[in-house]
Design a protein around this ligand. Sequence first.
Ligand code: TRP
Ligand code: SF4
Length: 400
Amino acid sequence: MYADRVLSGMRPTGSLHLGHYHGVLKNWIKLQHEYECLFFVADWHALTTQYDNPRGIEAATWEMVIDWLAAGVDPSKATLFIQSQVIEHAELHLLLSMMTPLGWLERVPTYKDQQEKLSEKDLSTYGFLGYPLLQSADILIYRANQVPVGEDQVPHIEFAREIARRFNHLYGKEPGYEERAEAAVKKLGGKKAKLYQELRTRYQQAGDDAALDSARALLGETQNLSLGDKERLYGYLEGGGKMILTEPDALLTVASKMPGLDGQKMSKSYHNTISLREDPDQVSTKIRTMPTDPARVRRTDPGDPDKCPVWQLHQVYSGDDVLAWVRQGCPSAGIGCLECKQPVIDAMQKELAPIQERTRAYTEEPDVVKNIIADGCEKARDLARETMRDVREAMGLNYS
Ligand code: TRP
Ligand code: SF4
């Protein structure tokens, strides 16, 4: 209902690999042209599992940011920042923690899963349990309504929606709410005010959803209202209080088909990655030594692409002509596996070359990167402060 604002974060894992590139970064790069975008390094989230060894986080952050930039995330289009440098996230997290039922956190499916998966660590900590709440604060503080994430993060976005709803329900009815809403309607100006009232009545008395949509669109186009008044009027439409925090939606990233060197999903923990910083020769070696259809032992044995992880890479990198060439040449033993791998090697090296060129440039100029992040943090802080003013006011904590 607001102009779309996209926000996403990544934990600082150091340099990224082709799985990140095809699964996440290419999507960010597309989104930055279509929406207002905020992308940040979730360094506090890294601490939830790495509290015993926080020293590496900073270096991992800079490496990751350089990879974002090298991949094509454009700081003139998207705002790039570091979570811990916008401390307002912590304030919102604290305030939200007061009204978050423990049971909600315990029920988030990733909680027990991750705890079991990382069983060598003691994750029965307050911070780890609160992971989804910190993530909610990240999202809600920017009133971001679109959050690009993978399937695994969907429960966290749903959690954030519930938190926003609970917050609005608890604190959305400010003193003098009706009067303020009516005053805001007047500020819309004669014609628009009348239309707003009509649409509101139609929705509230007849449940007319189209009227609700039209009224929201009307507010969306309105330029002359303060953000506070706008929210008041969004909330007033539905009869509830002021909508202080926006309920976000997951913007599901189409599951990346990027396989690793063994055919499983490319992931650091499977040791099957090709880094964005991988040396061209190393790319060649890794692909040349990767397994193929196990039934194809000798060059003369026929193969089956559907049983071969190289074929999956062809899906990402090859055009129809090459695909047809493999489909024909593999089962007939017309082509050898090394021959078959060469177009993948070439395409990967070609993809990585300009990225690595930019990585070199940014690595040589760390100040450029620091400035980009400093600018981004400042912009993010301004937006975060605006929300926090409203949040404090709604809770009666502004002491002014
Ligand atoms: N939990 C996310 C992940 O592991 C990272 C993250 C933290 C995030 N805060 C966020 C993603 C806010 C989207 C929005 O991938
Ligand atoms: Fe795999 Fe290609 Fe070898 Fe067939 S020819 S087994 S698709 S690498």
